[in-house]
Design a protein around this ligand. Sequence first.
Ligand code: SF4
Length: 413
Amino acid sequence: MKFVVECFGCRSNQAEIQEWIIELEKRGYERTTSAAEAAFGIVNTCSVTEKAEKDVLRFVARSYRHTGVKWLVAGCTVSRDRSVMDLKYREYFFYDNRQKERLVETVCDLFPLDSRLVYHSAFRSRVFLKVQDGCNFRCSYCIVPSLRGKARSLETKAVLAKARHYASLGYHEVVLTGINLSAYGYDLFPRQTLLALAAELQHVRGVEIIRLSSLDPRYIRYPFVKELSAMPKVADSFHFSFQSGSDAVIRRMNRGSRSADYRKILSQFRECFPGANLGADFIVGFPGETEKEFRETVAFLQEAPLNYLHVFPFSPRPGTKAAALESLPPALVRARAAELKELGRLMKLAYRESCRGQTFSGILIEENPNYALVVTRNFLSVRVPPVRGYKKRKLHVRVERVVNENLCEGKIA
Ligand code: SF4
């Protein structure tokens, strides 16, 4: 029996959906990209911004009208407000963040299989592994803690078992994800840390690359960076949730850091991972962000050794502190977002240019008759001529040409 999936939102959502796919395939279901041949669909939803939520609602409404697929709708949008959706889309099934933990079993009950034939997915390379959920912070703009609850971590043993399982299925890169990944292990007894988890994962055979998703600056200290750099499987790409370069705005966001902390963190990473690809999240147009404060962020970015940015125009989320503050004019927010996005695009281009002529290890993520695509340890996508026999192992690729800010070309070294 075939199913389609759709995913909105963060890497935690992607990790969840990947896990559901793997588990369903193990039980004999087959994933397809064509809704026309699917018996059911699973969508993981997001409410982190107004736009994300609108996209979800538009998707659900459109699929309800136009496809015969029965969708299981799960995640944050359902947690936020399921009553309206329940009434409007009576043929669909809804699961909030708590209920979705049993989603795979629910599928098996709703859509039982005749046979136990196991379907093997076509290409396996990178997998998101969710090791943490929830958050104990209260950033003033963020709705996530109220939708996902308190921080909780997967026991280290369970993480290692999952990593081994994924490695046995052919995944070479594991991306550790969490709503607040840096908080990993603080809720466990005995207490664990992300650093200790990364150290344990070094020993999992078959996993060649361990990539950490977004890091919270409040948890980063020099020994963390230094010890991480001694772990050979840790990828040379790091992402930080900075959100602003203006101290006044960071304070109003209730983030408990300062731009000086960010500078320190970046210089520590540059020292320990000299060629790494470093990026960060920034929110623009936070309520009350003055022109001076926005320029402070721009000045911060012009000096910061960052290589890419994820820019989010502020959108008020009902129930958060920031939603009660007066929003800036949308046109101004859009203009500021466009300015930072362009800065981010130039950073990406400059970084890729600096990589030209260099060789990086990586893994194959796509293969077709015309080309193959490699993702390197420092998170470059490099298109190379078609290759054979690299699916099951690490390879090295030399970057020869920068096609655009998202793609390089090169050859297997
Ligand atoms: S750290 Fe802040 S932004 Fe991140 S999930 Fe927690 S409250 Fe939200």
